[in-house]
Design a protein around this ligand. Structure first.
Ligand SMILES: [Zn+2]
Length: 50
């Protein structure tokens, strides 16, 4: 299973457990992800999956 580590609580989060949130930006829409455990923003999810 593909997981990412939360930068805040260091838990492993399965990708499908990430809370996706689409936010409006001046340049369009952007999808942000949050840790389901501590609600911290998880940056660069795509990069962490590599
Ligand atoms: Zn966390």
């Amino acid at each position: 299973m593909t997981t990412v580590d939360c930068p805040d609580c260091n838990r492993s989060i399965a990708v499908h457990e990430l809370e996706a949130k689409t936010v409006a930006q001046s340049s369009g829409f952007d999808t942000r992800y949050r840790c389901p455990f501590c609600r911290a923003d998880v940056e660069d999810v795509q990069g962490r999956l590599a």
